[in-house]
Design a protein around this ligand. Structure first.
Ligand code: PMP
Length: 371
């Protein structure tokens, strides 16, 4: 019998939908998921092994449910890098910032409630909304991918969402949202509902500008979410976290699964945080490579969105087959970039200088063929 998903009694809103699925292809140069291209340095690998060995001795016990040591170190990292005092009570951690976002939507969204994002933006916000039964509203972005404040304020005022997502720097476009825009949207969201405003700063360490953490002062409905997947080069670790008023941290306890962060995860993240200075040096290299990609792509003749992230959105590919045909041609040259389904545009993550050269060679070749 041919039995599939559609034969199961799955929830109506999941029927006919596709799961998140960036292709994981085995090609020489993979620049498609905004990963950090640098493997963890050997001394850190050793330190992880040491801390995990220690943790393994206690694996018969559940881990620290409140991840106190880890949250304390994350708070220290945020304070040291932003100049804004963040304490243990302000920080919560989970398995990737995707889980942080899921916990926020389980707490503040859910059936009968809505969330808004300004699209194109990180597609998982909408998918996690769906998974948590939260209605999704696609808010507007301008032609140049900036948030048009008047249009965004109007969307918030009209829809009165329970949760507002602002991704800065934005994925997939790479541009940052000015702090004044975030502040104005926070005010609009409070006037409309009041609602929670989640600033997704997954890529903030790569930005030319500063984190919005100082805006948390006096704004209990604001949340800043972060991840160790990008700047810390630890996408495989699955560690995301948030900073907010302590009441928000108390609120997400209502939905988090007990012992959600394994002892192995906590030990590994703590080891990585001990090596913050070394890891942030790679961030500086990646920022320089990102800037090089932006300028070289412009020299080749592409349109490029200003980037504050570790990736670059470039185009436009309005010819036959659109951006997907170009994506395939770049892949044929051994380089995997990302087609986010935004007509006319592709996204490339900043890799090592050699990987970026391979990518630039591939697109130069294409430009010769087309131009
Ligand atoms: N937010 C944004 C904007 C992202 O691009 C990503 C990952 N691509 C995430 C959150 C989730 O990252 P993770 O779950 O690995 O922390």
């Amino acid at each position: 019998m041919n039995f599939g998903i559609d034969d199961l009694p799955v929830r109506d809103e999941l029927r006919g939908k596709s799961p998140y699925g960036a292709p994981q292809l085995d090609v020489p140069v993979r620049l498609n998921t905004n990963e950090n291209p640098y493997p963890l340095p050997e001394p850190l690998v050793e330190r992880i092994a040491e801390r995990v060995r220690e943790a393994a001795r206690d694996l018969n016990r559940y881990p620290d449910r409140n991840a106190v040591e880890l949250r304390t170190q994350l708070a220290k990292y945020l304070t040291d890098t932003s100049g804004h005092e963040v304490g243990l009570a302000n920080v919560w951690a989970a398995n990737g910032s995707n889980e942080v976002i899921q916990q926020l939507l389980q707490t503040f969204g859910g059936p009968g409630r809505t969330a808004i994002g300004f699209e194109p933006s990180y597609s998982m916000h909408a998918l996690i909304a769906r998974g948590t039964g939260t209605g999704w509203i696609s808010g507007p972005r301008g032609e140049d991918f900036t948030i048009d404040l008047a249009a965004a304020e109007q969307a918030v005022a009209e829809n009165k969402p329970d949760v507002v997502f602002i991704t800065t720097p934005n994925n997939p476009t790479g541009n940052a949202v000015p702090p004044e825009t975030v502040l104005a949207l926070y005010e609009a969201a409070q006037a409309a509902k009041p609602s929670m405003v989640v600033v997704d700063e997954a890529y903030i360490e790569f930005s030319h500008g500063d984190s919005l953490l100082p805006l948390l002062e006096g704004r209990p409905n604001l949340v800043v979410s972060r991840t160790m997947s990008k700047a810390f080069g630890a996408a495989g670790l699955r560690l995301g976290y948030l900073a907010a008023h302590p009441a928000v941290v108390d609120a997400v306890q209502l939905v988090r699964l007990p012992y959600h962060l394994s002892a192995v995860t906590q030990a590994t993240a703590l080891a990585a945080l001990e090596h913050t200075d070394t890891l942030l040096k790679y961030v500086e290299q990646l920022k320089a490579e990102r800037d090089r990609l932006v300028s070289e792509l412009r020299v080749i003749g592409f349109e490029v969105v200003d980037s504050d992230a570790n990736f670059v959105q470039f185009g436009r590919f309005d010819g036959p087959g659109g951006s997907h045909a170009v994506w395939q041609k770049i892949l044929d040259r051994g380089v995997l970039v990302r087609d986010n389904g935004i007509p006319g545009w592709l996204r490339v993550s900043a890799g090592t200088p050699e990987e970026n050269d391979a990518f630039l060679d591939a697109v130069r070749e294409l430009q010769c063929l087309v131009g």
